[in-house]
Every structure is written in C-alpha cells, then in structure tokens.
Design a protein. Sequence first.
Length: 97
Amino acid sequence: MVRPPAARVLSLLKFEDDPRLRRLWNESSRKHRLWQAGGGHDRNLYSRGLLAKTIDYIHENPVVAGRVKLPWEYRWSSAAFYQGQNDIPFVVDRYRG
C-alpha cells in the first residue's frame, strides 16, 4: 500500500528531527498536520473539457478574491501564459485541449 504524500513527508521530517516539524503541530488534534484543515475539493479530471473548466476556475480565483481585475494580471497565475504572454516567472506545462 502506498502511503499518502503527507504521511511520507511527516515521517521524513520526524526521522531527520527537522526543526520545521514543530510548526506543523496542531494542538487541537494533538497531531502533526501538513495540510490546512478542511475537506478540500479534490476530484478526478477525467476529460479534456473538465480539465479546461477546472483551469478556468483556478484562473478566476484571484479575480473573485478581488486581487486583480483580470486573471492574467495575477503574477502567480498561468492565465497570462494561456493568453500568449511569455514573460511569466515560472514554467507552465501547457494544456492542449
């Protein structure tokens, strides 16, 4: 059985007695917690249409949060790349729908 990524990371941090482990302690659950509390919204992206829709949704998040007026104005979004801009601060694996 493959262990979840969070369990592997926490195990490695414990093994190496990494001082960053203290910041991951959750007093209410009395456990280390790598991810934020909450259920999240994970799902399988089983079609190109669903993948494209999800990318669009993620690109809209900074707009909805009021950080920018247009998705490609947000510096850490791949939306600018999808608009044809190449001067972004990271590499994007382009989805070809």
